[in-house]
Unconditional design. Sequence first.
Lengths: 263, 265
Amino acid sequence: MRNHLLGVALAIAMVVCFSWAASAQTKQPSVAPNDPSANPAHDLSGVWFDDHPRLITVQQRYWAYTFTPEAPPMTDWAQAKFNAAKSSFGPHAVPLVETTDPLYHTCAPIGFPIAFLYPLPMQIVQAPGEVIMLFEWDSLRHQIFTDGRPHDTALGPLWMGDSIGHWEGDTLVADTVNFNDKTWLDRMGHPHSDALHVVERIRRIDHDHLVDDITIEDPKAYTKPWTAHLPFVLKPKWTLAEQFCEDEQSFQTIDKDAAAPSK
Amino acid sequence: MRKHPLGMALALAFAMVLSFSATASAQTKQPSKASKLPNADSAHDLSGVWMLDRPRPLTVVERFWMYELNEEEPPMTAWGEAQYKAAKSSFGANAYPLAETNDPIYHTCTPPGYPRVILHPFPMQVVQSPGEVIMLFEYDSVRHQIFTDGRKHDTALGPLWMGDAIGHWEGDTLVADTVNFNDKTWLDRVGHPHSEGLHLVERIRRTNHFHLTDDITVDDPKAYTKPWTAHLDFLLRPKWTLAELFCEDQDTFDEIENNETKPAK
Protein backbone atom coordinates (compact mmCIF):
# COMPACT_ATOMS: atom_id res chain seq x y z
CA MET A 1 0.00 0.00 0.00
CA ARG A 2 2.96 2.22 0.68
CA ASN A 3 3.73 2.86 -2.92
CA HIS A 4 0.55 3.19 -4.82
CA LEU A 5 1.22 6.69 -6.06
CA LEU A 6 2.29 6.47 -9.62
CA GLY A 7 2.13 9.96 -11.04
CA VAL A 8 1.90 10.92 -14.63
CA ALA A 9 2.30 7.53 -16.23
CA LEU A 10 -0.78 6.18 -14.56
CA ALA A 11 -2.77 9.33 -15.11
CA ILE A 12 -2.27 8.66 -18.80
CA ALA A 13 -3.05 4.98 -18.34
CA MET A 14 -6.27 5.97 -16.60
CA VAL A 15 -7.40 8.09 -19.51
CA VAL A 16 -6.68 5.24 -21.85
CA CYS A 17 -8.47 2.91 -19.48
CA PHE A 18 -11.61 5.02 -19.32
CA SER A 19 -11.76 5.37 -23.04
CA TRP A 20 -11.30 1.62 -23.34
CA ALA A 21 -14.08 1.02 -20.83
CA ALA A 22 -16.34 3.41 -22.71
CA SER A 23 -15.71 1.71 -26.04
CA ALA A 24 -16.02 -1.74 -24.48
CA GLN A 25 -19.51 -0.96 -23.30
CA THR A 26 -20.77 -0.04 -26.74
CA LYS A 27 -19.22 -3.11 -28.31
CA GLN A 28 -20.97 -6.45 -28.68
CA PRO A 29 -19.03 -9.46 -27.50
CA SER A 30 -17.49 -11.20 -30.49
CA VAL A 31 -15.20 -13.66 -28.71
CA ALA A 32 -15.71 -16.87 -26.77
CA PRO A 33 -18.21 -16.53 -23.90
CA ASN A 34 -15.79 -17.62 -21.17
CA ASP A 35 -13.35 -14.86 -22.03
CA PRO A 36 -13.80 -12.31 -19.21
CA SER A 37 -13.34 -9.48 -21.67
CA ALA A 38 -16.24 -10.78 -23.72
CA ASN A 39 -18.95 -9.48 -21.43
CA PRO A 40 -18.23 -6.09 -19.86
CA ALA A 41 -20.86 -6.80 -17.20
CA HIS A 42 -18.74 -9.73 -16.09
CA ASP A 43 -15.59 -7.65 -15.70
CA LEU A 44 -14.81 -7.34 -11.99
CA SER A 45 -11.12 -6.67 -12.52
CA GLY A 46 -9.26 -3.93 -10.74
CA VAL A 47 -7.72 -3.03 -7.40
CA TRP A 48 -10.45 -2.69 -4.77
CA PHE A 49 -10.47 -1.27 -1.28
CA ASP A 50 -12.94 -1.40 1.56
CA ASP A 51 -15.47 1.42 1.22
CA HIS A 52 -17.20 1.47 4.58
CA PRO A 53 -17.85 4.97 5.89
CA ARG A 54 -14.89 6.33 7.85
CA LEU A 55 -15.77 6.06 11.47
CA ILE A 56 -14.22 8.17 14.17
CA THR A 57 -13.58 6.04 17.22
CA VAL A 58 -10.84 3.49 17.57
CA GLN A 59 -13.35 0.63 17.80
CA GLN A 60 -15.07 1.73 14.64
CA ARG A 61 -12.24 2.37 12.24
CA TYR A 62 -13.08 2.51 8.57
CA TRP A 63 -11.79 -1.01 8.36
CA ALA A 64 -14.16 -2.80 10.65
CA TYR A 65 -12.95 -5.91 12.41
CA THR A 66 -16.13 -7.82 11.91
CA PHE A 67 -18.77 -8.19 9.22
CA THR A 68 -21.80 -6.60 10.85
CA PRO A 69 -22.44 -4.04 13.58
CA GLU A 70 -24.76 -6.54 15.28
CA ALA A 71 -23.41 -9.67 16.93
CA PRO A 72 -24.09 -12.71 14.75
CA PRO A 73 -26.53 -15.33 16.15
CA MET A 74 -24.08 -17.66 17.86
CA THR A 75 -24.75 -21.16 19.15
CA ASP A 76 -23.53 -22.11 22.64
CA TRP A 77 -20.48 -23.72 21.05
CA ALA A 78 -19.65 -20.52 19.19
CA GLN A 79 -20.32 -18.30 22.19
CA ALA A 80 -17.83 -20.31 24.22
CA LYS A 81 -15.24 -20.08 21.46
CA PHE A 82 -15.86 -16.35 21.10
CA ASN A 83 -15.53 -15.80 24.85
CA ALA A 84 -12.24 -17.68 24.84
CA ALA A 85 -10.83 -15.77 21.86
CA LYS A 86 -8.58 -12.90 22.84
CA SER A 87 -8.60 -10.52 19.91
CA SER A 88 -6.33 -7.50 19.79
CA PHE A 89 -9.20 -5.60 18.13
CA GLY A 90 -12.70 -4.54 18.98
CA PRO A 91 -14.34 -3.44 22.21
CA HIS A 92 -12.62 -6.07 24.36
CA ALA A 93 -9.19 -5.83 22.76
CA VAL A 94 -6.25 -7.37 24.60
CA PRO A 95 -2.65 -6.23 24.03
CA LEU A 96 -0.84 -7.89 21.13
CA VAL A 97 1.31 -10.04 23.41
CA GLU A 98 -1.79 -11.57 25.03
CA THR A 99 -3.83 -12.26 21.94
CA THR A 100 -4.79 -15.80 20.92
CA ASP A 101 -5.35 -14.65 17.36
CA PRO A 102 -4.14 -17.66 15.34
CA LEU A 103 -2.40 -15.33 12.95
CA TYR A 104 -0.03 -13.79 15.45
CA HIS A 105 3.33 -15.31 16.27
CA THR A 106 2.83 -18.12 13.75
CA CYS A 107 1.90 -16.23 10.58
CA ALA A 108 -0.56 -18.98 9.68
CA PRO A 109 -2.77 -18.08 6.70
CA ILE A 110 -5.67 -15.93 7.90
CA GLY A 111 -8.21 -17.70 5.73
CA PHE A 112 -11.38 -16.56 4.01
CA PRO A 113 -13.59 -14.50 4.35
CA ILE A 114 -11.60 -12.76 7.13
CA ALA A 115 -9.12 -11.63 4.46
CA PHE A 116 -11.67 -8.95 3.48
CA LEU A 117 -11.32 -7.33 6.90
CA TYR A 118 -7.64 -6.39 6.67
CA PRO A 119 -6.95 -2.75 5.83
CA LEU A 120 -5.16 -3.55 2.59
CA PRO A 121 -6.36 -3.69 -0.99
CA MET A 122 -7.60 -6.69 -2.97
CA GLN A 123 -7.15 -7.12 -6.70
CA ILE A 124 -9.47 -9.09 -8.93
CA VAL A 125 -8.00 -10.63 -12.05
CA GLN A 126 -9.93 -12.85 -14.41
CA ALA A 127 -8.92 -15.69 -16.65
CA PRO A 128 -11.19 -17.94 -18.69
CA GLY A 129 -13.10 -20.11 -16.21
CA GLU A 130 -11.99 -18.33 -13.05
CA VAL A 131 -12.22 -15.11 -11.10
CA ILE A 132 -9.19 -14.64 -8.84
CA MET A 133 -9.06 -12.43 -5.77
CA LEU A 134 -5.52 -11.46 -4.82
CA PHE A 135 -5.16 -10.00 -1.34
CA GLU A 136 -2.24 -7.71 -0.60
CA TRP A 137 -2.14 -9.18 2.88
CA ASP A 138 0.26 -12.14 2.99
CA SER A 139 -0.02 -12.73 -0.76
CA LEU A 140 -3.27 -14.66 -0.27
CA ARG A 141 -5.16 -15.91 -3.30
CA HIS A 142 -8.83 -16.88 -3.51
CA GLN A 143 -9.84 -18.55 -6.75
CA ILE A 144 -13.48 -18.80 -7.77
CA PHE A 145 -13.89 -21.32 -10.57
CA THR A 146 -16.65 -20.48 -13.03
CA ASP A 147 -15.95 -23.33 -15.42
CA GLY A 148 -18.82 -25.47 -14.19
CA ARG A 149 -16.86 -27.80 -11.92
CA PRO A 150 -18.60 -29.02 -8.74
CA HIS A 151 -17.13 -28.75 -5.23
CA ASP A 152 -14.53 -31.41 -4.49
CA THR A 153 -14.39 -32.60 -0.89
CA ALA A 154 -11.10 -34.35 -1.69
CA LEU A 155 -9.58 -30.87 -1.75
CA GLY A 156 -10.44 -29.94 1.79
CA PRO A 157 -10.08 -28.86 4.47
CA LEU A 158 -8.61 -25.67 3.09
CA TRP A 159 -7.62 -22.31 4.55
CA MET A 160 -9.22 -20.30 1.74
CA GLY A 161 -12.01 -22.74 0.92
CA ASP A 162 -13.13 -24.45 -2.28
CA SER A 163 -14.97 -21.87 -4.30
CA ILE A 164 -17.13 -22.23 -7.39
CA GLY A 165 -19.25 -19.57 -9.02
CA HIS A 166 -21.70 -18.79 -11.78
CA TRP A 167 -23.14 -15.62 -13.26
CA GLU A 168 -26.72 -14.56 -12.65
CA GLY A 169 -27.02 -11.58 -14.95
CA ASP A 170 -24.29 -9.18 -13.85
CA THR A 171 -23.86 -10.87 -10.46
CA LEU A 172 -21.19 -13.44 -9.72
CA VAL A 173 -22.66 -15.94 -7.25
CA ALA A 174 -19.79 -17.67 -5.45
CA ASP A 175 -20.30 -20.69 -3.24
CA THR A 176 -17.48 -21.72 -0.93
CA VAL A 177 -17.12 -24.82 1.29
CA ASN A 178 -14.36 -27.23 2.42
CA PHE A 179 -12.84 -24.92 5.00
CA ASN A 180 -10.58 -25.98 7.81
CA ASP A 181 -11.47 -24.76 11.31
CA LYS A 182 -8.09 -23.23 12.14
CA THR A 183 -9.03 -19.65 11.34
CA TRP A 184 -11.29 -17.03 12.84
CA LEU A 185 -14.24 -15.79 10.83
CA ASP A 186 -13.33 -12.18 11.59
CA ARG A 187 -10.69 -10.19 13.45
CA MET A 188 -12.70 -10.06 16.69
CA GLY A 189 -12.60 -13.80 17.09
CA HIS A 190 -16.03 -14.92 15.96
CA PRO A 191 -15.54 -18.59 15.17
CA HIS A 192 -16.44 -20.93 12.40
CA SER A 193 -16.33 -24.69 12.05
CA ASP A 194 -15.25 -26.78 9.11
CA ALA A 195 -18.92 -26.81 8.07
CA LEU A 196 -18.73 -23.12 7.10
CA HIS A 197 -20.61 -22.38 3.90
CA VAL A 198 -20.20 -18.94 2.36
CA VAL A 199 -22.40 -17.64 -0.44
CA GLU A 200 -21.43 -14.34 -2.03
CA ARG A 201 -23.28 -12.21 -4.53
CA ILE A 202 -20.63 -10.01 -6.09
CA ARG A 203 -21.64 -7.20 -8.42
CA ARG A 204 -19.91 -4.23 -9.97
CA ILE A 205 -22.65 -1.65 -9.51
CA ASP A 206 -20.77 0.94 -11.56
CA HIS A 207 -17.23 1.29 -12.87
CA ASP A 208 -15.81 2.38 -9.53
CA HIS A 209 -17.92 0.36 -7.10
CA LEU A 210 -18.22 -3.29 -6.23
CA VAL A 211 -20.51 -4.86 -3.63
CA ASP A 212 -20.31 -8.28 -2.04
CA ASP A 213 -23.45 -9.49 -0.27
CA ILE A 214 -22.19 -12.36 1.77
CA THR A 215 -24.21 -15.05 3.55
CA ILE A 216 -22.57 -16.98 6.38
CA GLU A 217 -24.02 -20.38 7.15
CA ASP A 218 -22.47 -22.64 9.75
CA PRO A 219 -24.96 -24.66 11.81
CA LYS A 220 -22.34 -25.57 14.39
CA ALA A 221 -21.46 -21.93 15.07
CA TYR A 222 -24.59 -19.95 14.18
CA THR A 223 -28.23 -20.60 14.92
CA LYS A 224 -29.25 -19.37 11.48
CA PRO A 225 -27.63 -18.03 8.29
CA TRP A 226 -26.80 -14.33 8.48
CA THR A 227 -25.69 -11.77 5.96
CA ALA A 228 -23.28 -8.88 5.59
CA HIS A 229 -22.88 -6.21 2.94
CA LEU A 230 -19.32 -5.34 1.89
CA PRO A 231 -18.82 -2.26 -0.30
CA PHE A 232 -15.58 -1.74 -2.24
CA VAL A 233 -14.27 1.26 -4.15
CA LEU A 234 -11.97 0.99 -7.17
CA LYS A 235 -8.46 2.37 -6.63
CA PRO A 236 -7.33 2.86 -10.24
CA LYS A 237 -3.91 4.25 -9.27
CA TRP A 238 -3.01 1.50 -6.82
CA THR A 239 -1.19 -1.72 -7.38
CA LEU A 240 -0.71 -4.44 -4.79
CA ALA A 241 2.48 -4.23 -2.76
CA GLU A 242 4.38 -7.07 -1.10
CA GLN A 243 3.18 -7.56 2.47
CA PHE A 244 4.22 -10.85 4.03
CA CYS A 245 3.24 -11.57 7.61
CA GLU A 246 6.88 -12.56 8.23
CA ASP A 247 7.93 -8.93 7.97
CA GLU A 248 7.19 -8.62 11.64
CA GLN A 249 8.32 -5.03 11.92
CA SER A 250 6.05 -3.68 9.25
CA PHE A 251 3.35 -5.92 10.65
CA GLN A 252 3.62 -4.34 14.07
CA THR A 253 3.73 -0.90 12.52
CA ILE A 254 0.46 -1.56 10.76
CA ASP A 255 -1.18 -2.72 13.94
CA LYS A 256 0.15 0.24 15.85
CA ASP A 257 -1.24 2.52 13.17
CA ALA A 258 -4.53 0.66 13.31
CA ALA A 259 -4.78 1.12 17.06
CA ALA A 260 -3.90 4.83 16.97
CA PRO A 261 -6.85 7.23 16.97
CA SER A 262 -7.64 8.60 13.54
CA LYS A 263 -6.73 12.21 12.94
CA MET B 1 -0.01 -31.11 -7.35
CA ARG B 2 -1.78 -33.89 -5.50
CA LYS B 3 -4.63 -34.04 -7.95
CA HIS B 4 -2.97 -33.05 -11.15
CA PRO B 5 -1.68 -36.35 -12.47
CA LEU B 6 -5.14 -37.95 -12.49
CA GLY B 7 -5.99 -39.30 -15.88
CA MET B 8 -3.39 -37.07 -17.41
CA ALA B 9 -2.07 -39.40 -20.06
CA LEU B 10 -5.24 -39.51 -22.16
CA ALA B 11 -6.12 -35.93 -21.40
CA LEU B 12 -2.74 -34.72 -22.52
CA ALA B 13 -2.79 -36.73 -25.69
CA PHE B 14 -6.14 -35.18 -26.54
CA ALA B 15 -5.01 -31.71 -25.49
CA MET B 16 -1.95 -31.96 -27.66
CA VAL B 17 -4.04 -32.69 -30.72
CA LEU B 18 -6.11 -29.61 -29.91
CA SER B 19 -3.01 -27.58 -29.25
CA PHE B 20 -1.43 -28.30 -32.57
CA SER B 21 -4.49 -27.13 -34.39
CA ALA B 22 -4.75 -24.08 -32.12
CA THR B 23 -1.12 -23.22 -32.78
CA ALA B 24 -1.58 -23.63 -36.49
CA SER B 25 -4.59 -21.32 -36.60
CA ALA B 26 -2.98 -18.80 -34.24
CA GLN B 27 -0.04 -18.46 -36.54
CA THR B 28 -2.06 -17.71 -39.61
CA LYS B 29 -4.03 -14.98 -37.84
CA GLN B 30 -2.74 -11.44 -37.58
CA PRO B 31 -3.55 -9.36 -34.48
CA SER B 32 -6.32 -7.12 -35.75
CA LYS B 33 -6.06 -4.14 -33.41
CA ALA B 34 -4.05 -2.58 -30.64
CA SER B 35 -5.68 -2.42 -27.25
CA LYS B 36 -4.92 -2.45 -23.55
CA LEU B 37 -6.33 -5.94 -23.28
CA PRO B 38 -3.53 -8.41 -22.66
CA ASN B 39 -4.93 -10.86 -25.15
CA ALA B 40 -5.41 -8.28 -27.89
CA ASP B 41 -1.94 -9.01 -29.19
CA SER B 42 -1.54 -12.76 -29.04
CA ALA B 43 2.26 -12.40 -29.10
CA HIS B 44 1.99 -10.76 -25.68
CA ASP B 45 -0.26 -13.42 -24.18
CA LEU B 46 1.71 -15.47 -21.67
CA SER B 47 -1.36 -16.56 -19.72
CA GLY B 48 -1.96 -20.12 -18.65
CA VAL B 49 -0.89 -22.69 -16.09
CA TRP B 50 2.75 -23.64 -16.62
CA MET B 51 4.96 -26.37 -15.24
CA LEU B 52 8.72 -26.42 -15.36
CA ASP B 53 9.61 -28.70 -18.25
CA ARG B 54 12.87 -30.54 -17.74
CA PRO B 55 13.91 -33.96 -18.97
CA ARG B 56 13.11 -36.69 -16.45
CA PRO B 57 16.42 -38.17 -15.34
CA LEU B 58 16.55 -41.47 -13.52
CA THR B 59 18.62 -40.76 -10.43
CA VAL B 60 17.41 -39.14 -7.24
CA VAL B 61 19.73 -36.17 -7.51
CA GLU B 62 18.63 -35.41 -11.03
CA ARG B 63 14.87 -35.44 -10.74
CA PHE B 64 12.82 -33.68 -13.39
CA TRP B 65 12.39 -30.84 -10.98
CA MET B 66 15.96 -29.85 -10.50
CA TYR B 67 16.96 -27.96 -7.44
CA GLU B 68 19.13 -25.44 -9.21
CA LEU B 69 18.76 -23.00 -12.06
CA ASN B 70 21.70 -24.42 -13.96
CA GLU B 71 23.58 -27.67 -14.37
CA GLU B 72 26.97 -25.97 -14.06
CA GLU B 73 28.15 -24.53 -10.79
CA PRO B 74 27.72 -20.74 -10.81
CA PRO B 75 30.94 -18.65 -10.47
CA MET B 76 30.88 -17.85 -6.76
CA THR B 77 32.93 -15.23 -4.98
CA ALA B 78 34.68 -16.17 -1.74
CA TRP B 79 31.68 -14.76 0.14
CA GLY B 80 29.29 -16.74 -2.06
CA GLU B 81 31.32 -19.92 -1.55
CA ALA B 82 31.35 -19.50 2.23
CA GLN B 83 27.59 -18.98 2.31
CA TYR B 84 27.06 -21.99 0.09
CA LYS B 85 29.24 -24.20 2.29
CA ALA B 86 27.30 -23.16 5.37
CA ALA B 87 23.97 -23.97 3.71
CA LYS B 88 22.63 -27.39 4.64
CA SER B 89 20.13 -28.17 1.93
CA SER B 90 17.96 -31.26 2.05
CA PHE B 91 18.38 -31.55 -1.73
CA GLY B 92 21.09 -32.09 -4.24
CA ALA B 93 24.28 -34.09 -4.21
CA ASN B 94 25.12 -33.45 -0.53
CA ALA B 95 21.61 -33.53 0.88
CA TYR B 96 21.06 -33.36 4.64
CA PRO B 97 18.10 -35.07 6.31
CA LEU B 98 15.12 -32.74 6.75
CA ALA B 99 15.72 -32.54 10.49
CA GLU B 100 19.24 -31.15 9.98
CA THR B 101 18.63 -28.68 7.19
CA ASN B 102 19.00 -24.94 7.76
CA ASP B 103 16.91 -24.23 4.68
CA PRO B 104 15.22 -20.93 5.57
CA ILE B 105 11.76 -22.11 4.50
CA TYR B 106 11.72 -25.19 6.73
CA HIS B 107 10.30 -25.06 10.24
CA THR B 108 9.54 -21.35 9.87
CA CYS B 109 7.61 -21.27 6.59
CA THR B 110 9.16 -17.99 5.48
CA PRO B 111 8.44 -17.07 1.86
CA PRO B 112 10.67 -18.98 -0.58
CA GLY B 113 11.47 -15.80 -2.48
CA TYR B 114 12.17 -15.30 -6.14
CA PRO B 115 13.56 -16.89 -8.31
CA ARG B 116 13.81 -19.92 -5.98
CA VAL B 117 10.04 -20.51 -6.05
CA ILE B 118 10.30 -21.40 -9.73
CA LEU B 119 12.26 -24.50 -8.72
CA HIS B 120 9.58 -25.92 -6.43
CA PRO B 121 7.78 -28.79 -8.14
CA PHE B 122 4.41 -27.10 -8.44
CA PRO B 123 2.71 -25.23 -11.26
CA MET B 124 2.78 -21.49 -11.89
CA GLN B 125 -0.04 -19.55 -13.49
CA VAL B 126 0.47 -16.39 -15.51
CA VAL B 127 -2.41 -13.92 -15.54
CA GLN B 128 -2.26 -10.56 -17.23
CA SER B 129 -4.05 -7.31 -16.67
CA PRO B 130 -3.36 -3.92 -18.21
CA GLY B 131 0.10 -2.79 -17.11
CA GLU B 132 1.16 -5.98 -15.39
CA VAL B 133 2.03 -9.62 -15.88
CA ILE B 134 1.43 -11.64 -12.73
CA MET B 135 3.00 -14.99 -11.91
CA LEU B 136 0.95 -16.93 -9.35
CA PHE B 137 2.77 -19.84 -7.76
CA GLU B 138 0.90 -22.79 -6.32
CA TYR B 139 3.61 -23.17 -3.72
CA ASP B 140 2.76 -21.14 -0.60
CA SER B 141 0.44 -18.83 -2.57
CA VAL B 142 3.27 -16.47 -3.49
CA ARG B 143 2.93 -14.12 -6.44
CA HIS B 144 5.39 -12.19 -8.55
CA GLN B 145 4.10 -9.07 -10.25
CA ILE B 146 5.97 -7.64 -13.24
CA PHE B 147 4.79 -4.11 -13.96
CA THR B 148 4.81 -3.17 -17.63
CA ASP B 149 3.21 0.26 -17.23
CA GLY B 150 6.46 2.17 -17.57
CA ARG B 151 7.13 2.73 -13.88
CA LYS B 152 10.70 2.73 -12.57
CA HIS B 153 12.21 0.62 -9.81
CA ASP B 154 11.49 2.07 -6.41
CA THR B 155 14.12 1.49 -3.74
CA ALA B 156 11.60 2.66 -1.13
CA LEU B 157 9.83 -0.67 -1.74
CA GLY B 158 12.69 -2.90 -0.75
CA PRO B 159 14.12 -5.08 0.52
CA LEU B 160 11.52 -7.54 -0.70
CA TRP B 161 11.16 -11.31 -0.69
CA MET B 162 9.93 -11.46 -4.29
CA GLY B 163 11.76 -8.39 -5.58
CA ASP B 164 10.61 -5.28 -7.42
CA ALA B 165 10.01 -6.29 -11.03
CA ILE B 166 9.41 -4.07 -14.04
CA GLY B 167 9.21 -5.20 -17.63
CA HIS B 168 8.81 -4.16 -21.21
CA TRP B 169 8.14 -5.98 -24.45
CA GLU B 170 10.81 -6.43 -27.08
CA GLY B 171 8.84 -7.95 -29.92
CA ASP B 172 7.28 -11.10 -28.50
CA THR B 173 9.67 -11.22 -25.51
CA LEU B 174 8.86 -9.85 -22.09
CA VAL B 175 12.08 -8.46 -20.64
CA ALA B 176 11.71 -8.36 -16.85
CA ASP B 177 14.21 -6.58 -14.61
CA THR B 178 14.07 -7.32 -10.88
CA VAL B 179 15.96 -5.70 -8.00
CA ASN B 180 15.30 -4.70 -4.35
CA PHE B 181 15.60 -8.17 -2.90
CA ASN B 182 16.18 -8.99 0.74
CA ASP B 183 18.98 -11.45 1.52
CA LYS B 184 16.89 -13.83 3.62
CA THR B 185 16.28 -16.37 0.88
CA TRP B 186 18.36 -18.85 -1.06
CA LEU B 187 18.70 -18.39 -4.79
CA ASP B 188 17.78 -22.03 -5.36
CA ARG B 189 16.96 -25.17 -3.36
CA VAL B 190 20.51 -26.37 -2.80
CA GLY B 191 21.57 -23.21 -1.00
CA HIS B 192 23.36 -21.06 -3.52
CA PRO B 193 23.27 -17.63 -1.95
CA HIS B 194 22.40 -14.15 -3.07
CA SER B 195 22.82 -10.75 -1.51
CA GLU B 196 20.61 -7.68 -1.50
CA GLY B 197 22.53 -6.68 -4.63
CA LEU B 198 20.83 -9.43 -6.66
CA HIS B 199 19.72 -8.22 -10.07
CA LEU B 200 17.74 -10.52 -12.34
CA VAL B 201 17.04 -10.00 -16.00
CA GLU B 202 14.61 -12.42 -17.56
CA ARG B 203 13.69 -12.79 -21.21
CA ILE B 204 10.35 -14.57 -21.18
CA ARG B 205 8.87 -15.76 -24.45
CA ARG B 206 6.02 -18.02 -25.46
CA THR B 207 7.76 -19.93 -28.19
CA ASN B 208 4.47 -21.54 -29.25
CA HIS B 209 1.05 -22.07 -27.70
CA PHE B 210 2.27 -24.81 -25.36
CA HIS B 211 5.79 -23.69 -24.53
CA LEU B 212 7.27 -20.80 -22.58
CA THR B 213 10.97 -20.11 -22.09
CA ASP B 214 12.67 -17.91 -19.51
CA ASP B 215 16.29 -16.99 -20.15
CA ILE B 216 17.39 -15.65 -16.84
CA THR B 217 20.56 -13.70 -16.06
CA VAL B 218 21.73 -13.62 -12.45
CA ASP B 219 23.93 -10.66 -11.55
CA ASP B 220 25.08 -10.29 -7.95
CA PRO B 221 28.65 -8.98 -7.58
CA LYS B 222 28.79 -9.86 -3.90
CA ALA B 223 27.91 -13.52 -4.48
CA TYR B 224 29.10 -14.19 -8.05
CA THR B 225 32.26 -13.16 -9.87
CA LYS B 226 30.34 -12.46 -13.07
CA PRO B 227 26.76 -12.54 -14.37
CA TRP B 228 25.61 -16.01 -15.38
CA THR B 229 22.61 -17.31 -17.22
CA ALA B 230 20.13 -20.16 -17.06
CA HIS B 231 17.51 -21.37 -19.49
CA LEU B 232 14.16 -22.52 -18.12
CA ASP B 233 11.51 -24.28 -20.18
CA PHE B 234 7.86 -24.41 -19.20
CA LEU B 235 5.06 -26.55 -20.59
CA LEU B 236 1.43 -25.39 -20.67
CA ARG B 237 -0.93 -27.51 -18.56
CA PRO B 238 -4.30 -26.58 -20.07
CA LYS B 239 -6.34 -28.81 -17.76
CA TRP B 240 -4.65 -27.82 -14.51
CA THR B 241 -5.68 -25.16 -12.07
CA LEU B 242 -3.64 -24.06 -9.09
CA ALA B 243 -4.44 -25.82 -5.82
CA GLU B 244 -4.06 -24.48 -2.30
CA LEU B 245 -0.70 -25.42 -0.84
CA PHE B 246 0.44 -23.49 2.19
CA CYS B 247 3.76 -24.27 3.79
CA GLU B 248 1.89 -24.43 7.11
CA ASP B 249 0.18 -27.65 6.08
CA GLN B 250 3.13 -29.54 7.43
CA ASP B 251 1.71 -33.00 6.86
CA THR B 252 1.12 -32.39 3.21
CA PHE B 253 4.46 -30.74 2.97
CA ASP B 254 6.33 -33.61 4.59
CA GLU B 255 4.47 -36.11 2.49
CA ILE B 256 5.45 -34.29 -0.66
CA GLU B 257 9.05 -33.99 0.38
CA ASN B 258 9.14 -37.70 1.26
CA ASN B 259 7.80 -38.58 -2.15
CA GLU B 260 10.27 -36.26 -3.71
CA THR B 261 13.28 -37.88 -2.08
CA LYS B 262 12.18 -41.39 -3.06
CA PRO B 263 13.91 -42.82 -6.12
CA ALA B 264 12.03 -42.31 -9.35
CA LYS B 265 10.29 -45.39 -10.66
